[in-house]
Ligand binder design. Structure first.
Ligand code: 5MM
Length: 335
């Protein structure tokens, strides 16, 4: 087994998932504003350290995606944040894209930037303890989108990123997110997501990526958030599995879904159904941001020094998602 394959499997072993705590300062400020906590670097660290020192790190969270600010911070016990995460039994990772900007010549679409100087930045992150990385490309759905230009350029960037990451002995998480925004049907989401994922792997293969050392982080197949034709959880699960079977090469060891704006329970319920019906060879788990942190953040904002109370809320959510990653979750367990 290669070292990269080993890391990917370790992150996702036994129903473990990934905590996406890689909100850029702008996004984190929006999250903190919403719960009326000032977005200072101390507060951002306090909330994150509260999660990273919870018992979930041992039991449910196989990896944590950090943001540049956090990977360079020190915990209250004066060890580095990657050291804290490793000591708790999880693996530290890092978001290495520098954000999505307007795609030239297709102003309604985005292209993710961050390739310039990436080889050097990766060496620094690796020295700081990162074992894996993340890059997110975003796509919107409408009749004409994603355009060929967006499909091609985002896949190309994801492949070049993956090659540099593997060269530096880390596992790339490849995140092509087809956004939930819009009136589109689940069928359209299925078709466009399949096209997006296929194009990504076409480029990854062209760039000679070791697919056994990659984790795919896709969206689930859902109707748009403004669609009148919502589908059942079983239909979400069946369409999502069908899409993965048709577009992801067998060598890829694991798939960790993003939550994409679903509520906490909805994301857990869909993940559970996907795993119950999983007829693929992939390990299927989670890499949630909002769907893992929402309740914990709300609770923490009432008293930012209540570490154990906040950890209890977070541990519950992480446990529910790990059960869902094993197809063992049920609604009753939520109470
Ligand atoms: C945590 O949010 C990440 C993006 O942050 P920026 O937009 O500030 O760069 C995002 O990539 C996240 O990792 C994934 O979308 C998963 O998060 P959700 O909330 O969709 O599960």
């Amino acid at each position: 087994m290669s070292e990269l394959n080993n890391i990917a499997l370790r992150i996702l072993e036994n129903g473990k998932g990934i905590l996406a705590a890689d909100e850029s300062t702008g996004t984190m400020t929006k999250r903190l504003d919403a719960v009326k906590v000032p977005s200072t670097s101390e507060n951002r660290l306090l909330f994150r350290e509260t999660l990273f020192s919870s018992s979930s790190m041992m039991d449910y969270i196989g990896g944590v995606i950090l943001y540049d600010e956090t990977i360079k911070q020190k915990s209250s016990k004066k060890n580095s944040i990657p050291e804290l995460i490793s000591e708790m039994g999880s693996l530290p990772g890092i978001k290495v894209d520098t954000g999505a900007k307007v795609l030239a010549n297709s102003p309604n679409e985005k292209i993710t930037e961050g390739l310039d100087g990436l080889r050097e930045r990766l060496k620094v992150y690796n020295k700081l303890g990162a074992k894996f990385t993340k890059w997110r490309g975003i796509y919107n759905i409408s009749k004409e989108y994603p355009s060929k230009l967006s499909l091609q350029s985002n896949a190309h960037a994801l492949a070049r990123y993956s090659a540099l990451v593997q060269e530096c002995n880390m596992v790339p998480i490849v995140e092509p997110e087809v956004l939930m925004d819009g009136e589109h049907s689940a069928k359209e989401c299925y078709e466009k997501t399949s096209e997006v994922i296929k194009k990504c792997f076409e480029e990854l293969i062209l760039h000679k990526i070791d697919l056994k050392g990659v984790i795919l982080k896709p969206n689930m197949i859902l109707a748009g958030n403004k669609s009148k034709n919502k589908i059942s959880g079983e239909e979400v699960a069946n369409l999502t599995l069908e899409c993965l079977k048709n577009s992801v090469p067998q060598e890829v060891p694991g798939i960790a879904f993003l939550s994409g704006g679903q509520s906490e329970i909805e994301a857990t319920e869909n993940l559970n159904l996907i795993n119950k019906l999983n007829n693929t060879s992939f390990i299927i788990s989670y890499s949630f941001g909002r769907a893992l942190q929402q309740s914990a953040l709300k609770f923490w904002s009432q008293d930012i020094n209540n570490v154990s109370g906040t950890q209890k809320v977070f541990n519950h959510r992480a446990k529910m998602n790990t059960l869902a990653a094993q197809g063992k979750w049920s609604k009753e367990l939520e109470n």
